[in-house]
Design a protein around this ligand. Structure first.
Ligand code: HSE
Length: 423
């Protein structure tokens, strides 16, 4: 039996997981692995260190290698490496969400020109199969909506804030100690990672190129214990939600931000580092896929699955099958956050003056905002009051205008938070 010969770029958590899973598979042979530090001690049984190289170009230029597995992450040098690999006729399996979100158009264009297959199941939600199902089994559908938890680190932090009443900083520290969050957690906590993933997923689900530059993004660093408590009091949980929807006029609304999610909603029940994706499409209806979004073994499940799809495909056909090609020439018409409609949670710090709630109500009314719930729990020791408002569906730009107007009033000291709500 002719074995498929692969080279791996990146030998960290995911690369090592992929290596281990490949030891259980007969028809694939690892020819080379590119690492950062060739002298590092590796705790792997019967490991042949002669396949290691610290020059990743040796992998992409090796004439014996059929497929390059890229699990190093980042745009540079991965972009140059994968372009070289494609130009050399090698197929690609990658978990690199940042690269695909930022440079996917160029990579897929080049791949099409060279008749090369790029598979990337592991780039979105780690071990959850979502890319291939959307491209194949669900291809009869018109998908109109995605609501998802696509980042395990932030879901872990928010879960701990809810369950153990931890501050954001303490929960982040715990996530770092457990290896979920990195030393520099920016990519996760500021929502970048989730925005790369939703740009990739919404592009294939809506069949139009969704630009990462036009995705509104807000992270979780501004969530305070008082927001978690108010959310609990009102029957919600706070989650970092990546969402995308096709509007009635065909425009596309894609964004990442924290939301108050009603306790009865399926996404509110997804805790710790778990990911979950809810898709709405016709004719399938509503579909939810939940599972591990990161980690060596779940991610290796997706990477090696892609590799086996490639292996069987290359055996039977000289040309890529349509579902393995990514071809989105139509550009999505993405709307700005100011034009979106949402229910809102507004946390307001007001002076303890008679009429403060009246002022909030009047300003909301003047800006077309209808209040559905208003909550104040007593007076703070500094003679201020925390007033929490939940609105009915309103336009974001109207809400922003209302908040500006509130801040002009002597009775309103601060807008502590503005979050969107999912019922
Ligand atoms: N850092 C990501 C997460 C996993 O926390 O979900 C890799 O994208």
């Amino acid at each position: 039996m002719e074995k498929l010969k692969v080279g791996i770029i990146g030998f960290g958590t995911v690369g090592t997981g992929v290596y281990k899973v490949l030891q259980t598979i007969d028809n694939i042979e690892i020819k080379k692995i590119a690492v950062k530090n060739i002298n590092k001690k590796r705790n792997i049984e019967n490991f042949d260190e002669t396949i290691l190289t610290n020059d990743a170009f040796q992998v992409v230029n090796d004439p014996d290698i059929d497929v390059v597995i890229e699990v190093a992450g980042g745009v540079n040098p991965a972009f140059d490496l994968l372009k070289t690999a494609i130009n050399n006729g090698k197929h690609i399996v990658t978990a690199n969400k940042e690269l695909l979100a930022k440079e996917g158009s160029e990579l897929f264009r080049l791949a099409k020109e060279k008749n090369i297959i790029i598979l990337y199941e592991a780039a979105v939600a780690g071990g959850i199969p979502i890319i291939m199902p959307v491209k194949t089994t669900l291809s009869a559908n018109k998908i109109t909506k995605i609501a998802a938890i696509l980042n395990g680190t932030t879901n872990y932090i928010l879960t701990k804030m809810h369950e153990q009443n931890l501050s954001y900083d303490t929960a982040l520290k715990q996530a770092q100690e457990l290896g979920y969050a990195e030393t520099d957690p920016t990519g996760d906590v500021e929502g970048y990672d989730a925005s790369y993933k939703i740009s990739i997923l919404s592009t294939i689900a809506f069949n139009k190129k969704v630009s990462i530059d036009k995705i509104y993004r807000e992270g979780i660093t501004n969530i305070k214990p008082q927001d978690i408590q108010s959310a609990k009091d009102l029957g919600y949980r706070i989650k970092l939600i990546a969402m995308g929807q096709v509007l009635e006029d065909g425009k596309i609304d894609v964004r990442v931000h924290p939301m108050l999610v009603a306790k009865k909603h399926l996404l509110a029940k997804v805790n710790n580092a778990t990911n979950s994706i809810m898709l709405t499409g016709y004719p399938v209806g509503e579909l939810v896929l939940t599972g591990p979004g990161a980690g060596a073994e779940p991610t290796a499940s997706s990477v090696v699955g892609d590799l086996l799809i490639l292996a069987s495909e290359l055996k039977t056909s000289p040309c890529p099958l349509p579902q393995t090609v990514c071809n989105h020439e139509e550009i999505a018409d993405q709307i700005e956050i100011g034009d979106t409609y949402n229910d809102y949670y507004i946390s307001i710090n007001a002076s303890n003056n008679p009429g403060a709630i009246g002022i909030i109500g009047t300003i909301c009314g003047k800006n077309n905002i209808s209040i559905s719930t208003i909550m104040q729990k007593g007076i703070n020791p500094d003679n201020t009051a925390q007033i929490v408002v939940i609105t009915e569906k309103s336009k974001e730009s109207d809400v922003q205008n209302a908040l500006k107007e509130m801040l002009k009033s002597d009775s309103i000291k601060n807008i502590d938070n503005l979050l969107r709500v999912m019922n």
